[in-house]
Write a protein that binds this ligand. Structure first.
Ligand code: SF4
Ligand code: SF4
Length: 383
């Protein structure tokens, strides 16, 4: 049976502004039936890396917080720390970044709690008994919350093709150990012909996995010049992908030979764990605004690939992500973005155009297979 995915566009009038429309989307989900009265409700969001500009505007979270309180929940905003060096790698930096990006209690109307504590180790092992994991490790603030509202900025992503509800909850709520478990086996490759030995990648690697080694340049030379080349220690690498985006010469790439589908499955199994015990107490919002070609984890956001579309809400994490991907691919691409040629056509696969090697549908297929929801949806326009 198809799941309902409620949709609101971004048109507004003086009598009905965007905040009213978000409230209407929340009402459509009948939150009082899903929240455990008087119990903590985790509003799982991405606060954006410092310098990123595509994350959801804090003001737009206000109506979700207000509606949660009205429906009996006790909301707090949350996210877990990151694996890579950046502005959200521990709770102090993370809270400072959240505040500077506007997520302060005075704006959003709820406290901000970092899900996995000061250094990413405050976790709860959750049994899932699936193909890859017996247990997954979820940030305790999410694991212990009685209800959950996922508020995801839907955008493209360099490891998963797209990041929506499934990734916001699965990767986003995982503790440090949980994130490492999802990324194992995905150490990137160095293209030696492109590497100039600048060392930029080694500086951003939080695991100390990259070193510069001297190698003889050019085959057959008697006294070949020594060239510095980056090398990655696969034992230390946790596959966070930070070096890929940092290399100024495009010399680091995802190792496509390793099983990307397996990474997507691990991420989905973490989504199962994060929702465990609150499968009937979780709501999902996807904001299809400023749809950037990469994650909000980067300290910048490239131009959106399609025009702003609207906001989706559902009780089904799979249906809402499928609907979001379909809506984006149905749009004409923006010529001012990184899309080119036929990728600009309405109906073309924008996700595959940017990340041709990522089987993005697999996270949806596997999520459906493990019972997280259905890819069949009915789009219902609200307001
Ligand atoms: S891989 Fe890129 S960032 Fe690293 S040393 Fe080589 S050129 Fe520099
Ligand atoms: S080498 Fe591995 S751990 Fe280090 S930045 Fe690159 S992907 Fe991350």
């Amino acid at each position: 049976m198809a799941s309902k995915v409620f949709f609101s566009d971004l048109r507004a009038t003086k009598d009905r502004n965007l905040l009213d429309k978000i409230r209407a989307l929340m009402d459509a989900l009948e939150p009082a039936k899903h929240f455990k009265r008087g119990s903590p409700t985790a509003i799982k969001i991405h606060f954006g890396e410092r310098g990123n500009t595509a994350f959801i505007r804090p003001l737009l979270i206000q109506p979700i917080v207000e509606s949660t309180i009205k429906a009996g929940g006790k909301p707090f905003l949350t996210d877990a720390n990151t694996l890579y060096i950046g502005s959200r790698g521990n709770a102090v930096d993370h809270l400072n970044t959240a505040r500077s990006n506007g997520f302060s209690p005075s704006v959003v109307g709820a406290p901000v709690i970092i899900a996995d504590g000061l250094d990413g180790n405050d976790e709860v092992p959750v049994p899932v008994k699936l193909k890859h994991f017996e247990h997954v490790y979820i940030g305790s603030a999410v694991a212990r919350a009685a209800s959950l509202v996922s508020v995801a900025h839907f955008k493209l992503h360099e490891m998963s093709g797209f990041g929506g509800a499934l990734k916001n909850v699965g990767m986003g709520a995982a503790s440090r150990r949980g994130k490492m478990a999802q990324h194992c086996d995905v150490a990137p490759l160095i293209h030696e012909d492109k590497c100039v030995g600048c060392g930029t990648c080694a500086k951003v690697c939080a695991q100390g996995a990259i070193t510069l080694k001297s190698r003889a340049e050019g085959a057959g030379t008697k006294r070949g010049k020594l060239k510095k080349l980056a090398t990655i220690d696969g034992q230390r690498c946790v596959g966070c992908g930070m070096c890929i985006h940092t290399c100024p010469n495009g010399a680091i790439d995802i190792n496509w030979a390793t099983a990307l589908p397996s990474f997507l499955e691990r991420m989905v199994e973490y989504t199962v764990g994060a929702l465990k015990g609150k499968e009937r107490n979780s709501l999902f919002f996807n904001f299809l605004t400023q749809i950037s070609p990469a994650c909000d984890c980067y300290p910048h956001a490239d131009a959106p690939i399609v025009p702003d579309i609207g906001i989706l809400a559902s009780l089904d994490a799979v249906a809402i992500d499928q609907a979001s991907a379909d809506l984006i691919n149905g749009q004409a691409g923006l010529p001012s973005s990184c899309l080119e040629g036929s990728a600009l056509e309405p109906g073309s696969d924008k996700i595959r155009a940017v990340y041709p090697m990522i089987p993005w549908e697999h996270q949806l297929e596997y999520a459906e297979q493990v019972g997280l929801g259905t890819r069949a949806y009915e789009l219902v326009t609200v307001g």
